[in-house]
Design a protein. Structure first.
Length: 637
């Protein structure tokens, strides 16, 4: 009896081996979103894993409608939602292998389906779970580039029963955005589901007899795509009762289609006056002139509005387009290309451009001078200021309040570049009114910085704009040794990075008199990350002389300057004058005053005493009946 049982077991094993002889291409479905922070953290490693195992996987990325904006989802929200509900996915990112869920937690990630939980060994094991089913997929695109055809062949070597459905998806193998379309910083997307054929529910194949082959043909009038040369197709046979995927296959992009690209540039813009109409740039990325395009735009989550553009845009040429609206509020304007037509005959719903225009309203009059911000109370950014920080895996990082270091205090603003691998966080002042300034106007600020090493160091750039941010002029740019106020600090993991002492600050004064007369000067501090260390900025102020004439001098100099104790002023009067000498601190406070009396024409001298003054930047003013003369004085200790 034992021999009979053993013989039967061997016979069954041989029969099973003879039937289930095919390796499975592992169907890997990931649910993700362009505004999902954990997605941006896990996708790079997950994508690399899929690429390294491309010979055994069929990847499909389904862009869902949460937690934020995702233009790829908006192009096909219904089928994405159907597929999400099929697996009861409640959080992203979420991955499924051959219809089976992943472990609940791994590698520090909690919750079912984390792509970070997938390993090469698991993919190999799933592929080696042999199947009687083989499958092939091919696709083609019509001569007019407006329709894709997908052909699928499915064969089962063994009788196969169940609630079997064939699912087919048109995918875009690679989508590259010039700037992140969502809020998580991702610009590269792969294997994105564009359309399921004939729909998300697939096709009921019925049972398979042993050795039976079934073939299917599908067509899709292309409703949207970013690049026709990246269109691909995949298919999988799935048992809806168990969700097991018996086999999958894919067809890679064909290529060779003339480029009909149209790019839309992203932008951060400011509206300084009520009635501003947003604009954006269209760039023809194809090798033939572009004649027309259908676009659409919307503010936030509002209704889409159409724009019909016509023209004759040469290859690589750019044209500005105005959104047909009058801006009354700040917000995110999304702009998309819906369809286009070029002189090379291509006409399709090719979404070759999509972008966002982030607009901040700066309505109202500019702030008068002296303009001062010492960060001694309130949040960062202060009221009226603008901060554009950068997205990293833990969220937005950049310019924030520091309560452990300040120039003459314990508070300042800090940009922690040692946790930002790349990017340039921006901190911008409100509009500053210099319309009445006609003397020396100075931007003063204190800073502290120590770089990490000769490999990792950062820079600070200061720019000004008098045209509401349409153009910017650099007035300060320094980094590494030139920016440093302390020796290098190699901050260990988990530390707070460089924290300056009271003596590790430098004062700066920049003459911005060229911008006198501007009613809306903007100043922005740009921290350029080299993955180095902290940059601290404090005591920002703009001082301007308003409504006075210049005092004409034949000479005016301070020696020494910078000075530690005593500095001598030398000046030459062209005619007799009654002169008063005044010294103002960087925040506009009068710290010294001396009446020099009635002086004849010719050369004169006076003494400045720095012994009781803290280090910093000071404004020296010579005041006479005919006007005022100014100079900057730097006190060092």
């Amino acid at each position: 009896m034992l021999k009979k049982l053993l013989f039967a077991f061997v016979a069954l094993s041989l029969a099973s081996s003879a039937i289930a002889q095919h390796q499975r291409r592992v169907m890997v479905e990931e649910f993700t979103n362009a505004s999902c922070g954990p997605c941006a953290s896990q996708n790079p490693g997950f994508n690399a894993l899929l690429a390294n195992n491309a010979d055994i996987v069929t990847p499909l990325k389904v862009q869902v409608n949460f937690p934020g904006y995702d233009p790829m989802n908006e192009q096909n929200p219904g089928e994405a939602n159907t597929r999400r509900n099929y697996y009861s996915v409640s959080g992203v990112p979420h991955a499924v292998l051959n219809g089976a869920p992943l472990p609940n937690d791994c590698n520090g990630w909690t919750g079912s389906g984390a792509p970070a939980c997938v390993s090469a060994a698991e993919l190999t094991a799933a592929a080696n779970n042999l199947t009687p089913v083989t499958m092939s997929v091919s696709h083609s695109i019509s001569a007019t580039y407006d329709t894709i055809f997908v052909n699928v062949s499915v064969t089962s070597d063994a009788a196969l029963t169940g609630t079997l459905r064939l699912r087919v998806a048109v995918t875009e193998e690679e989508i590259l955005f010039p700037t992140a379309p969502g809020s998580n910083g991702e610009t590269e997307f792969s294997h994105v589901m564009r359309k399921m054929l004939p729909g998300a529910d697939g096709t009921n194949t019925g049972d398979f007899a042993a050795g039976e082959t079934k073939t299917y043909t599908f067509a899709w009038k292309i409703g949207y795509a970013y690049n026709l040369n990246e269109l691909a197709a995949c298919a999988w046979l799935q048992n809806d009762a168990t969700k097991e995927v018996w086999q999958s296959a894919l067809s890679h992009p064909i290529g060779g289609i003339p480029d009909a690209g149209l790019q839309i540039s992203a932008a951060n813009k400011f509206a300084c006056q009520v009635g501003y109409a947003p604009t954006f740039n269209l760039t023809n990325g194809s090798d033939a002139p572009l004649t027309n395009a259908n676009l659409r735009w919307r503010l936030g989550n509002g209704a889409w509005k159409n724009i019909s553009w016509t023209g004759d845009l040469a290859p690589n040429a750019t044209e500005s387009v105005t959104v047909d609206t009058t801006l009354t509020e700040a917000g995110i304007y999304n702009v998309e290309v819906q369809a286009l037509n070029s002189n090379n005959g291509i006409q399709t719903n090719l979404i070759s451009g999509t972008s966002t225009i982030n607009i901040k309203t700066l309505f109202g009059a500019g702030v008068s001078t002296p303009f001062t911000q010492t960060f001694q109370s309130g949040p960062v950014p202060p009221a009226g200021w603008t901060v554009n920080n950068v997205e990293i895996s833990s969220g937005l990082e950049g310019w924030k309040l520091a309560t452990n270091a300040g120039s003459g205090s314990s508070r300042s603003t800090r940009c922690s570049l040692f946790i930002i691998p790349q990017g340039s966080p921006i901190m911008m002042t409100p509009k500053i009114d210099l319309s009445q300034a006609n003397g020396v106007t100075t931007l003063n600020f204190d800073h502290a910085y120590a770089y990490y090493s000769n490999t990792f160091f950062d820079s600070l750039r200061i720019e000004v704009s008098n045209d509401c941010g349409e153009s910017w002029t650099t007035i300060f740019h320094d980094g590494k040794d030139g920016l440093s106020t302390a020796p290098p600090v190699a901050s260990p993991d988990g530390s707070l990075g460089f924290i300056p002492t009271a003596s590790q600050w430098a004062s700066n004064a920049i003459d911005i008199s060229d911008y006198n007369g501007s009613p809306e000067l903007l100043v922005r501090f740009v921290a350029e990350s080299g993955w180095g260390n902290n940059i601290f900025v404090d005591n920002i102020n703009v001082t301007a002389l308003v409504g006075v004439k210049d005092l004409h001098l034949s000479s005016f100099r301070l020696q020494p300057n910078p000075g530690r104790e005593i500095t001598q002023i030398s000046f030459g009067l062209e005619k007799p004058e009654s002169i008063r000498l005044s010294v103002f601190s960087s925040d506009g406070t009068l710290v010294q005053s001396k009446n020099l009396g009635d002086l004849p024409s010719g050369e004169h001298t006076a003494t400045l005493d720095a012994n009781n003054l803290p280090a910093g930047s000071y404004r020296i003013m010579l005041e006479g009946k005919e006007g005022v003369a100014n100079a900057q004085w730097i006190v060092i200790k």
